[in-house]
Design a protein around this ligand. Structure first.
Ligand SMILES: Nc1ncnc2c1ncn2[C@@H]1O[C@H](COP(=O)(O)OP(=O)(O)OP(=O)(O)O)[C@@H](O)[C@H]1O
Ligand SMILES: [Mg+2]
Length: 339
């Protein structure tokens, strides 16, 4: 049985936006959909080609009929948003390859991998940007030890993304007061991501944009992935087999969204005993391979447990440290994949 939410979603996707003559499904108009069965209310944010005109009125009537008459909800909260124009969709850049880092489970090292992979790609001469899409738990600025400074504005009023290690980064962290929790919900989150794409002055010549996804396979991650055009996905997992099923799930989700899975990175794979140099499988073994097999993709890297042993940063490895070399290997594999 399909859930009510799924039924409503499918019904909405059939409606046609009069300003574009496309179905709402085709143009991915549903920016937010929450179904509150207890209070009998449906909350919607719909992006259409032309807002504030007769087209919006027509759709507004059709949606109200659908929710209140067909599905018998008491109330509908409806908001319209402007779809980005074609030119806007073409930026940040057509040549940029988007790579989202996902895991399903939290705390497996997505953000650490994102930051170090970005640095490794940059060391190989590529132009890389990072979108920290972990809206509720942003950590890229911490990993890069970025200081909070004001934004520089471009002449078109877009903001220049702050840089660390020569890598432009955007993160909700930059918009927060010190250590304040973020109380935003879905709709705000979607808007924040739109800002990250459309109101930030990204270099048109970026080769790669890495996107650090939040943990989980829930609605949030789905919303985020929908906003990302033609994303490739790297699944990060730990070696413990029992932790791998949730990573597989996040991979399936990416597949369902027609995103291409590049492969799996197994993080915290082993500990290299500093005396005997033996590899000790502290957190179990086989998880990365399990996930790669389940998703029918390659295991791209196995990264050992370890912290940077340098004065550069508490989370970024130098290119000569063992783990730094492993990151260069991963970056090289990606460059080959996109040649
Ligand atoms: N290979 C590793 N060896 C040792 N510690 C690691 C390794 N990778 C990550 N860590 C540490 O594990 C913690 C979690 O890493 P990180 O924040 O990158 O994970 P995450 O998957 O992004 O977490 P979240 O789900 O909270 O976003 C951090 O303290 C990080 O320094
Ligand atoms: Mg993280």
């Amino acid at each position: 049985m399909m859930s009510i939410k799924e039924q409503i979603k499918q019904a909405i996707e059939q409606l046609v936006d009069p300003s574009t003559q496309k179905t709402l499904g085709e143009q991915q108009s549903i920016r937010h959909l929450a179904v509150d069965e207890k209070d009998s209310i449906v909350t919607l944010i719909i992006a259409i080609g032309l807002t504030k005109g007769p087209e919006e009125k027509t759709l507004s009537r059709q949606l109200a009929k659908l929710i209140k008459i067909d599905y018998k909800f008491r109330g509908i909260k409806l908001q319209f948003e402007q779809l980005p124009s074609k030119e806007e969709l073409d930026t940040p850049a057509k040549k940029t390859t988007y790579i989202a880092i996902t895991s399903g489970k939290g705390g497996v090292g997505k953000s650490t991998v994102t930051a170090n992979l970005a640095v490794a790609l940059a060391r190989l001469g590529k132009k890389v940007g990072i979108i920290d899409a972990d809206i509720y738990g942003p950590s890229i600025p911490h990993i890069f030890e970025m200081k909070k400074e004001g934004f520089q504005l471009a002449s078109n009023n877009k903001i220049y993304p702050p840089k660390a290690f020569d890598i432009p980064v955007i993160s909700t962290e930059f918009f927060l007061e010190n250590d304040q929790p973020l109380m935003w919900r879905g709709p705000m989150l979607n808007r924040m991501l739109n800002h990250f794409f459309n109101d930030v002055e990204w270099d048109e010549n970026l080769d790669f944009m890495l996107i650090d996804l939040p943990p989980g396979t829930g609605d949030v991650a789905i919303d985020i992935q929908k906003l990302i055009p033609e994303a490739h996905v790297i699944v990060v997992t730990t070696p413990h087999p029992t932790a791998s099923h949730i990573a597989v799930k996040s991979g399936y989700m990416a597949k369902n969204l027609n995103h291409h899975i590049l492969g799996v990175v197994e993080n915290m794979s082993y500990y290299q005993n500093p005396v005997s140099h033996a590899h000790e499988a502290i957190f179990g073994s086989g998880g990365g391979e399990l996930v790669a097999n389940a998703l029918n993709v390659d295991l791209l890297a196995t990264l050992p447990i370890g912290q940077p042993q340098n004065n550069l940063s508490h989370s970024i490895f130098t290119p000569t440290e063992e783990i730094g070399v492993a990151y260069l290997g991963l970056a090289n594999k990606l460059l080959k994949a996109f040649k």
